[in-house]
Design a protein around this ligand. Structure first.
Ligand code: NAD
Length: 260
């Protein structure tokens, strides 16, 4: 019961990594908010959690829309009285060679990853500050917060940027007991990655098997994908850590693909 009665907002929690974090936090008895662009899937996930005995609600939230972010956080505060943990996780992937990258797609990706992280943080911090209990802000980075890959210019740029944002939140939030950290997963087989496998195979003119073995998992120590459960364990560590000793950090969970 590491998160007993803590109000935890997880963005992008209707799928993949965010959903697994929501499940994990629910097992630790947090009050879970599934915040997602996909309203139907968000509510289905919240319902799934409630059926398993958890306390969960859904809010429709496009993290790039300031009004929707403010309205969603206000709804949570009205229902449960505050916010203790924010997991800014919503994200997408778009791959092109840099010289062909459409500007509109560059801006779309940066908006979801960076504007989304900024807007949700800005909306939650006043509630964490006002409660006197502090809080934990967790950003979903990537090995691409530390390392580059071909075809992923805006993604690598955004994921590096989240580390800067976390460090500022760690400094500004410290006197209110708010911590901020970044999780940096390697490849995890979620819909986001399943979509990339055929796309990269086409762009690079190689087989899907080669994309997995010779690109995605090439530098891991054991040729294995990171799992959603692995990432959720790290999220729980950051969410439940008992002091401000662990703040402003980024932790890579990637089967050794990237070693610091
Ligand atoms: P996913 O596609 O399974 O889930 C992403 C979720 O985000 C979906 O439910 C989608 O509806 C939601 N979403 C998209 N745009 C949104 C918006 N504007 N507002 C609110 N919600 C929105 O993807 P995933 O693999 O679980 O990725 C989650 C996060 O983990 C992303 O930030 C991604 O960059 C990061 N990540 C993923 C991997 C991986 O290998 N899968 C590795 C490292 C980091």
């Amino acid at each position: 019961m590491k998160l007993l009665d803590k109000v935890c907002i997880v963005t992008g929690a209707a799928s993949g990594i965010g959903k697994e974090i929501a499940l994990k936090f629910a097992q630790e008895r947090g009050k879970i908010v599934i915040a997602d662009l996909n309203k139907a899937e968000a509510e289905a996930t919240a319902q799934e959690l409630r059926q398993a005995g958890a306390v969960a609600m859904s809010v429709e939230m496009n993290v790039t829309d300031e009004q929707q972010v403010l309205a969603g956080v206000a709804e949570v505060v009205q229902v449960w009285g505050g916010v203790d943990v924010l997991v800014s996780n919503a994200g997408i992937q778009i791959v092109h060679p840099l010289e062909e990258f459409p500007f509109a797609e560059w801006k779309k990706l940066l908006a979801i990853h960076l504007d989304g992280a900024f807007l949700t943080t800005k909306a939650c911090l006043p509630h964490m500050y006002a409660s006197g209990r502090g809080g934990s802000v967790i950003y979903m980075g990537s090995v691409h917060s530390k390392e580059a890959s071909m075809l992923k210019a805006p993604y690598v740029t955004a994921k590096h940027g989240l580390i800067g944002l976390a460090k500022v939140v760690a400094k500004e939030g410290a006197r209110h007991g708010v911590r901020a950290n970044v999780i940096c997963p390697g490849f995890v087989r979620t819909p986001l990655v399943e979509k990339q496998i055929p796309e990269q195979a086409r762009t690079l003119g190689i087989s899907e098997d080669d994309v997995i073995k010779n690109i995605m998992l090439k530098d891991t120590v054991d040729g294995a994908f990171t799992t959603t459960q692995d990432v959720a364990e790290v999220a729980l560590l950051f969410a439940s850590f008992p002091s401000s000793a662990l703040t402003g950090q980024s932790l890579v969970v990637s089967h050794g693909w990237f070693m610091q």
